[in-house]
Design a protein around this ligand. Structure first.
Ligand SMILES: C[S@@+](CC[C@H](N)C(=O)[O-])C[C@H]1O[C@@H](n2cnc3c(N)ncnc32)[C@H](O)[C@@H]1O
Length: 254
């Protein structure tokens, strides 16, 4: 089990430039009309490469699922009946594509808001000939609310979510009790939540929050060994060479 204090995650980019915990325009009384939700991401400007743009144009229509406010028919979306795993925040999708290739009997829905990442994963899908992966380019919290039917998921992957290091930004972290409770409603009995992080304080928060949910059971005593299907990312490899820690957590729904 890693014990070293990890440095600032090289995979996390966000500086909190916008205060999304702020509210919509105030009324004359100074009271906010509609409090806005706190989001776990900031929309980053990012350059889309030519290859990503081509993948978005050519493969997007085949592998992107439009955001919708009704439950997704996964059998229709994948053309078969298979266990479905949701990934929240796949970044550039390197791990997502490799996992989909390894676990060919499982279907994967990847959620990401960052367009170059969506392009990058589409490119992987084309190059690797993956048929068991679909992408929803939208806030995963809303996707969970609207598109994922209760008790329908075999698993949820959340790898290296933005750690939001500063205490005043911790409220933006994804792994908090309300989101975990929502995930549990979407998991089938026996379904799992697999999280990984390289930020030790967040690892402990994950352990605390997941352990506190009465419908979840830890598959390990504390942090888990890295499951074989999760490949090491290049950032992780570099971090591990430098002696930094990575923590995996795998909990199952009762
Ligand atoms: C630090 S990156 C990690 C990416 C990837 N999982 C990896 O291991 O390299 C976190 C990603 O989560 C995405 N993200 C954060 N909150 C999200 C949300 N609510 N819905 C969809 N994507 C989200 C961000 O856009 C970002 O690309």
């Amino acid at each position: 089990m890693p014990t070293s204090q990890a440095p600032q995650s090289p995979q996390s980019s966000q500086e909190d430039t916008s205060d999304t915990s702020s509210t919509q325009p105030s009324t004359e009384s100074g009271k906010p009309e509609h409090p806005r939700t706190i989001r776990s991401y900031v929309m980053r400007a990012g350059r889309t490469t030519e290859g990503q743009a081509r993948a978005l144009a050519e493969l997007g229509p085949l592998y992107r699922l439009p955001y919708q406010t009704t439950p997704l028919d996964t059998t229709a979306a994948f053309g078969r009946q298979a266990p479905v795993v949701l990934e929240i925040g796949f970044g550039m999708g390197d791990a997502t594509a490799k996992i989909a290739q390894t676990l060919a009997e499982t279907d994967f829905i990847g959620c990401e808001v960052h367009e170059p990442g969506v392009g990058a994963l589409l490119k992987h899908i084309g190059e690797m000939g993956l048929t068991n992966l679909r992408i929803v380019q939208h806030d995963a919290v809303e996707v969970l609310d609207q598109m994922i039917a209760p008790q329908s998921l075999a698993g949820v992957h959340i790898f290296f979510p933005d750690p939001w290091h500063k205490t005043r930004h911790n409220k933006r972290r994804l792994i908090q009790a309300p989101l975990v409770a929502k995930l549990v409603t979407r998991l089938a009995p026996g379904g799992y939540i697999h999280c990984a992080t390289d930020w030790e304080p967040y690892a402990h928060q994950m352990l605390e929050v997941l352990s506190a949910n009465p419908d979840l059971v830890n598959t390990a005593s504390g942090f888990a060994d890295k499951p074989a299907y999760r490949p090491l990312t290049k950032f992780e490899n570099r971090g591990l060479r430098l002696g930094h820690g990575v923590w995996d957590l795998v909990f199952k729904k009762r």
